[in-house]
Design a protein around this ligand. Structure first.
Ligand code: AMP
Length: 371
């Protein structure tokens, strides 16, 4: 069995998980890096702390989660100086996300110089979306010059759960069409045709699409012009508002869906509306992807909300019975792997995601290592 360390470096945190084969032998989270009163001063200290705590002897690879791979990284990539330079060149496309991964990569390469390192990109799974699914109807010249197009994110999660869905249903993943709904703090939908992504709801950044904990999801871009021109807000403030103070947080004052459900149960009208907006947006994307795929073999819920909230699953799919889509109340309450009624035309599944395991597996594949 080969041991792989998976690192997910954020701007002020490092999440790690050490695998031996598919078993987790250690995991943890270093938070508030660099903050006053935080655990450690910087990413280097964070990784040194992890290395002091976890036995990394016999490590075969380090797999790094990298959010944005642009158009050039369409598969897991063994890291060398050239790859680092190319990921650096993508920072303008992902200023809120890629710098942290680069810091993690730089520190890990210095501290573990003899261990091969692999970059696994959130965007890579969506490289198979056809041009008409990634192109926006804006000036071609502007789009090409500034790399403006849909890239999509959460790729490791959509890849993992769509494959697992086929396995759970006893089907060949290469012959199975799945609509995957990753509903965590970030949220996105994906249409998967025979194991390949053909549509997804996030765009150039993880901002558009479904309603999220603190991100707005889809809005009319005119909102930004209006807030700038009429309300006089600086562009950075608008970005901050749409990414950190919108979504459930913006509508109802809480970003955690459990708290939203509590407020809704207590009769809070903002929480009720936020829940309805959240669920309706999911239903709109399900309808859209039914049309993109034509034949759908399963709809799969995953991530924090998707795996644990029966009420969201039921509300998001309500009214779709004429399309052969429904949830069985008791299966749904139990969070069974299949929550649709027996014999349903389109099975509805609940599949726990495991992005770190997928990153470990993809890292091994990139290095031709056995599991
Ligand atoms: P993730 O980003 O996948 O960790 O998901 C985080 C989201 O999952 C948060 O909004 C949580 O409120 C939500 N979540 C976690 N557990 C539950 C639960 N039991 N019921 C409803 N939502 C949950």
């Amino acid at each position: 069995m080969t041991r792989v360390l998976v690192l997910n470096s954020g701007s002020s945190s490092v999440k790690y998980r050490l695998f031996d084969g598919s078993a987790t032998v250690a995991k943890g989270l270093v938070e508030r890096i660099g903050e006053a009163g935080g655990e450690v001063a910087d990413h280097r200290a964070a990784l040194q702390g992890i290395m002091a705590e976890v036995d990394l002897s016999g490590l075969a690879a380090v797999g790094h989660r990298v959010v944005h791979g642009g158009t050039e990284f369409t598969s897991p990539t063994v890291i060398d100086d050239d790859v680092v330079a190319r990921v650096e060149a993508l920072v303008p496309l992902a200023p809120l996300h890629n710098p942290a991964a680069l810091t993690g990569i730089e520190v890990a390469r210095k501290l573990l110089p003899d261990v091969p390192q692999v970059a696994v990109f959130d965007t890579a799974f969506h490289a198979t979306i056809p041009p008409e699914g990634v192109t926006w109807a804006i000036s071609r010249e502007l789009a090409e010059r500034w790399q403006i197009r849909r890239y999509g994110f959460h790729g490791t999660s959509h890849a993992y759960v769509s494959r697992r869905t086929a396995e759970v249903l006893g089907r060949d993943p290469g012959q199975t069409n799945v609509i995957t709904l990753h509903l965590g703090n970030g949220a996105s939908a994906c249409a998967v045709e025979g194991g390949r992504s053909v549509a997804t709801s996030m765009g150039m950044s993880p901002l558009p699409g479904l309603v999220m904990g603190t991100r707005s999801g889809d809005i009319d871009p005119t909102v930004i012009f209006h807030l700038h021109r009429v309300a006089g807000l600086p562009i950075d403030e608008i970005e901050n508002s749409l990414t950190r103070h919108s979504g459930l947080q913006g509508m109802a004052g809480v970003n955690d869906l459990r708290l939203l459900l509590e407020k809704r149960a207590a009769g809070d009208p903002d929480a009720k509306l936020a829940f309805d907006v959240y669920c309706r947006r999911i239903r709109e994307y399900v309808g859209s992807y039914l049309a993109v795929l034509g034949r759908v073999d399963a709809i799969t819920f995953t991530a924090g909300v998707g795996e644990h909230s029966a009420v969201v699953r039921a509300a998001a799919l309500s009214g779709l019975e004429p399309l052969g889509i429904a949830v069985d109340p008791s299966r749904n309450e139990r969070h069974d792997e299949v929550v649709s009624p027996p014999g349903a035309r389109i099975p509805v599944c609940v599949i726990p995601t495991d992005e770190e395991l997928e990153i470990a597996d993809q890292s091994r594949t990139a290095l031709s290592l056995p599991r």
